[in-house]
Design a protein around this ligand. Structure first.
Ligand SMILES: NC(=O)c1ccc[n+]([C@@H]2O[C@H](COP(=O)([O-])OP(=O)(O)OC[C@H]3O[C@@H](n4cnc5c(N)ncnc54)[C@H](O)[C@@H]3O)[C@@H](O)[C@H]2O)c1
Length: 343
């Protein structure tokens, strides 16, 4: 995005409320502050100020390495324990509270009574759709999912998923906002539980747990598990093959080149590691595993995938694609080796 457009967009969203400042909210706070936005944090925990300041201090070297200004980072940071007051004068709300649908429904119903009508309402939820979160709202036209990856200050992808009552204008505004803060926003074509990248993670994590608990050949089983979900998402029309590849390379591909699924999810649980991660996400994950739809690779399904691949990358000569692939893999290997050598 060109710099003038980005600064216009950031001016429109210069005041942000971060609701819930745990693993994800604290990281979003750091990103927003590094882009010069004013951030008011709302979280009932007693130690919220210490937790957020500590998180920002730890994230500062990474923000700096990303080329972001980090001087006086907390100058525009405030805390407001009263929700009504926290959202009363903001242009954008980024919600990062507990992953419970009733919590989010009550929260948005209350927020809409106090937030300015132009404000963009974004939820970081990993799985609860905007439509279900909005059920107690009167006017959910500005509510949508802006789902990041841990940590949002580093991983580029943000999945944008409008609900049934979200206006198209809000989708365009959310895309512009996340681009202006250097993210890679990708709009999904359909609401689906767990969105795209988490469904892929969930699919592979099921196989990871199975392999740890049982035995088997590893890498191919993992590829097969994720490919099943890739085909499902394309055949359901949630994304195209091209969009799916793009989502993977800007989120979990990047993540797994650095850390595998177990170490990544341990970090996703915050200071509580896997104990917190399982407390928050295991019920949803297990329910999703049990309700996995059958994926049929019949002739029609195969043709859908072949046609989409042809319209995108498959028309390029394989030698060219292989050359690009090798160059990218080498660059990643080199980057990882340099981090290991310096650590
Ligand atoms: N952890 C991840 O890897 C990850 C990744 C992407 C998205 N998410 C999503 O982000 C959201 C937050 O997840 P997390 O991992 O940061 O959880 P977390 O438990 O680390 O943080 C949740 C925060 O919400 C606060 N909170 C509780 N009640 C509140 C209230 N009434 N008002 C405001 N704040 C309240 C808690 O004090 C806590 O600080 C969830 O919806 C989750 O699905 C998580």
């Amino acid at each position: 995005m060109n710099e003038d457009i980005a600064s216009d967009v950031l001016e429109r969203y210069s005041k942000v409320a971060v609701i819930g400042a745990g693993v994800i909210g604290a990281s979003w706070t750091a990103v927003f502050l590094a882009h010069g936005l004013s951030v008011v944090v709302n979280d009932p925990r007693d130690d919220v100020e210490a937790v957020v300041h500590d998180y920002i201090r730890k994230a500062t070297p990474t923000l700096k390495a990303l080329g972001l200004p980090t001087q006086n980072l907390t100058k525009k940071l405030t805390f407001e324990a009263e929700l009504d007051r926290a959202v009363a004068d903001v242009d954008l709300v980024q919600e990062n509270g507990p992953e419970r649908v009733e919590f989010k429904q009550d929260l948005w119903a209350r927020i809409e009574q106090h937030v300015p009508s132009h404000a963009l309402l974004l939820s970081s939820s990993s799985a609860k759709t905007a439509t279900e979160q909005s059920l107690k709202m009167k006017h959910p036209s500005r509510l949508l999912i802006g789902h990041p990856f841990n940590p949002p200050h580093l991983i580029p992808l943000v999945e944008i998923v409008p609900g049934e009552r979200t206006e198209p204008r809000a989708v365009a505004d959310a895309v512009a906002f996340y681009k202006a803060i250097g993210k890679v926003p990708r709009v999904l074509r359909k609401e689906i539980q767990g969105f795209v990248a988490n469904r892929l993670q969930r699919a592979i994590f099921r196989e990871c747990c199975h392999l740890v608990l049982e035995e088997g050949f590893v890498a191919n089983r993992l590829q097969r598990a994720i490919f099943r979900e890739c085909c499902h998402l394309v055949l359901e029309g949630v994304v195209t093959v091209d969009e799916l590849d793009d989502i993977v390379t800007s989120s979990i591909g990047l993540r797994w080149a650095a850390d595998g699924p177990f170490r990544s999810f341990h970090l996703g649980g915050g200071p509580g590691g896997f104990v917190s991660f399982f407390r928050q996400f295991a019920p949803g994950m297990e329910a999703a595993w049990k309700s996995q739809a059958a994926v049929t690779l019949d002739a029609k399904s195969q043709q859908t995938i072949i046609d989409q691949a042809q319209a995108s990358f498959a028309a390029t000569p394989p030698e060219k694609l292989e050359g690009e692939r090798d160059a990218k893999q080498l660059a990643i290997l080199k980057a990882l080796a340099s981090v290991k050598a310096s650590g």
